[in-house]
Design a protein around this ligand. Structure first.
Ligand code: SF4
Ligand code: SF4
Length: 458
C-alpha cells in the first residue's frame, strides 16, 4: 500500500463491491466495475462490509490492488461520469448497423403465452410492401452516416415480426433476400418455423446467415404451448436446415415452470438427430418473459427457475447441449466461468442505445422492437422519405444507465446497465426485475463457487 498521509495511505471502499456468501462460510468478493472476482475468507468480506474506510495496513494491499479499496485521492464518481459515455461510443464504433425489419405484426401461431397477440390489433393486417422494403434499404447508408457504427462492417438485416415467414410475405421476403445478397449484407431471420419447408430453398439460395427457431419442448408440450405448430414437423424442418450446412441454425427454447422438467427429453431429441456435430448449430434456453410487464409471475420466478435448471444440469448431463441466455446477472457468471473474467462494464441500457433501428410496415422508424406497435416509440420515418425526429430519437439512443435514478447507486450497475428502457415506465416491475438480476447473479456464483475452489475456473 503506497502513499502516505499520516504515514499510512487513507483508503475507502469502492461503491461497486459485492459480497456473495457461499456454503462453508467462504465469500465471493466482486467489484463489478473493475471486474475483480475473488474467493475470500469471511473476515476479509467482513472488513469490507464494515465500510473499509480509514488508514490502510499491509493486509489491505490485495484489496487495494483489486480496486475493492480505493486510495483517498481516487474520485470514482468522476471516473464513472467520464467513462460511461466514452465506453458507450466505443461499443457503438465496433458494431454494424442492425436493421430490424418487421414485415408484419401478424402470426400464424397463437402461442399460449404470447403477449403480442394482445396488442397487435391496431397494426395487424399491414405488411411491408416491396416499395417500402426498397425505401428501408435506401435509408441505410444515411443511417450509417448519422449513427456511430463500424462503417467497415456491412449492415445486418434482421427479418422479424410477428412472424416474418408468413405465406403472404413470400414476395417481399424474396425481394429483401435478393437485394441483401447483391449488396453483401448478412441476413438473420427469427421465425416460429411453421413455414420453413416452403422457405428453405429461398433461404439457402440467398445465403441467409442465420435462422433462429423456437422449440418449446418435446411432443405434446411444444404443441400445447406453441398452438398451431407441430413438434415432429418442426424438428424435421430444422433437421433439413442443419443438414444443408449453409445457414447457422439457432434453436431457442422458451422455458418456464411448465416445460422445465422436459428439457432433458428435448436435449435427447437434439442429440438423437446429431445436430451437435454441426458447427452451424447452437441451442439455448431462455426464461419466458412477458414484455408487456402486465404480470409479475414470470419475473419473480426467474432466478428460482435458473437454480432449478442448474440443478437439473448436474443430474442430466445431456442438458449441456443448451446454453443459458437471458438471465440478466447470470450472464456475467457465464463470462467468468468461460473466460475467467467478468464482462467489461455494460455502459448501455439495452440495444436501443446501440445501432439498432426498427422498420415497421406503416413506414415508421423505432429503436425498440418490443414497442414497435406503440406510437410513443416512433423516432422517425423511412417511407415515403427518411426523416428523423432528433428529440424522440435521442430519448432512446442517448439514455444512459447513469440517467436512471434507481440504478445510479446500484452496486451491480456495470453488470446490468439498467436492463430495459421500458422499465422506466414500470417502477413496480423494475423492483422485481432488480431482484431477479441480483438473485440470478448470486445463484450462478453459488454454483461456480465450488468449481472456483477446485481451480476449474481459469
Ligand atoms: S435495473 Fe436494478 S439491478 Fe439493474 S442496475 Fe438498475 S437498480 Fe441495479
Ligand atoms: S427497451 Fe427493452 S424491449 Fe426495447 S430494445 Fe431495450 S431491452 Fe429490448
Amino acid at each position: 500500500v503506497e502513499g502516505t498521509r499520516t504515514g499510512r495511505c487513507i483508503i475507502k471502499p469502492s461503491r461497486f463491491n459485492l459480497v456473495v456468501g457461499l456454503s462453508g462460510g467462504r465469500k465471493f468478493l466482486l467489484n463489478t466495475l473493475s471486474g475483480a472476482a475473488d474467493l475470500v475468507p469471511a473476515e476479509t468480506a467482513a472488513r469490507l462490509s464494515a465500510g473499509g474506510a480509514g488508514p490502510a495496513d499491509e493486509s489491505d494491499a490485495f484489496l487495494v490492488a483489486r480496486r475493492y479499496l480505493l486510495k483517498d485521492d481516487v474520485d470514482e464518481a468522476t471516473f464513472v461520469e467520464k467513462f460511461y459515455p466514452a465506453s458507450l461510443q466505443d461499443t457503438r464504433r465496433k458494431m454494424p448497423l442492425h436493421c430490424i425489419a418487421i414485415l408484419s405484426f401478424d402470426c400464424n401461431l397463437r402461442c399460449a403465452y404470447c403477449w403480442q397477440q394482445h396488442r397487435s390489433t391496431q397494426a395487424a393486417g399491414r405488411t411491408m410492401t416491396r416499395e417500402q422494403a426498397d425505401a428501408m434499404i435506401a435509408s441505410v447508408p444515411t443511417l450509417m452516416r448519422c449513427l456511430t457504427v463500424d462503417g467497415n462492417q456491412p449492415p445486418l438485416m434482421h427479418l422479424f415480426g410477428g412472424e416474418p415467414l408468413l405465406a403472404e410475405n413470400r414476395e417481399v421476403v424474396a425481394h429483401i433476400l435478393e437485394r441483401c445478397a447483391t449488396l453483401g449484407w448478412p441476413v438473420q431471420i427469427t421465425t416460429n418455423g411453421k413455414t420453413l419447408p416452403e422457405y428453405r430453398e429461398l433461404i439457402e439460395r440467398h445465403g441467409v446467415a442465420e435462422v433462429q427457431v423456437t422449440v418449446d419442448g418435446p411432443d405434446e408440450i411444444h404443441d400445447r404451448r406453441r398452438i398451431g405448430s407441430r413438434f415432429a414437423e418442426l424438428m424435421d424442418s430444422i433437421d433439413r436446415l442443419v443438414e444443408g450446412e449453409t445457414v447457422m441454425v439457432k434453436m431457442r427454447v422458451n422455458v418456464d415452470s411448465d416445460n422445465a422438467a422436459f428439457l432433458p427429453e428435448l436435449a435427447n431429441a437434439v442429440i438423437d438427430r446429431q445436430w451437435y456435430t454441426s458447427r452451424k448449430f447452437y441451442a439455448y434456453v431462455a426464461p419466458l418473459r412477458d414484455a408487456s410487464m402486465a404480470d409479475f409471475g414470470l419475473i419473480r420466478n426467474r432466478a428460482k427457475l435458473l437454480g432449478t435448471l442448474l440443478l437439473m444440469k448436474e443430474c442430466h448431463p445431456q442438458m449441456e447441449i443448451f446454453d443459458f441466455l437471458g438471465w440478466d446477472g447470470y450472464t456475467a457468471v457465464r463470462n467468468l466461468e468461460n473466460q475467467g473474467v467478468f464482462p467489461y462494464p455494460k455502459t448501455h441500457v439495452c440495444e436501443a442505445n446501440l445501432n439498432q433501428v426498427v422498420f415497421v410496415p406503416d413506414g415508421h422508424l423505432h429503436l425498440c422492437a418490443e414497442e414497435a406497435h406503440d406510437p410513443d416509440g416512433i423516432v422517425g420515418r423511412y417511407w415515403p422519405d427518411l426523416t428523423v425526429d432528433p428529440a424522440a430519437f435521442s430519448r432512446w439512443y442517448d439514455l444512459s444507465p447513469l440517467d436512471l435514478p434507481s440504478c445510479r447507486d446500484c452496486s451491480i450497475l456495470p453488470l446490468c446497465g439498467g436492463g430495459c428502457q421500458l422499465l422506466t415506465r414500470q417502477p413496480e416491475f423494475r423492483r422485481h426485475y432488480c431482484d431477479a438480476v441480483r438473485k440470478s447473479l448470486e445463484t450462478g456464483l453459488a454454483w461456480l463457487g465450488p468449481a472456483a475452489d477446485e481451480g476449474d475456473v481459469p
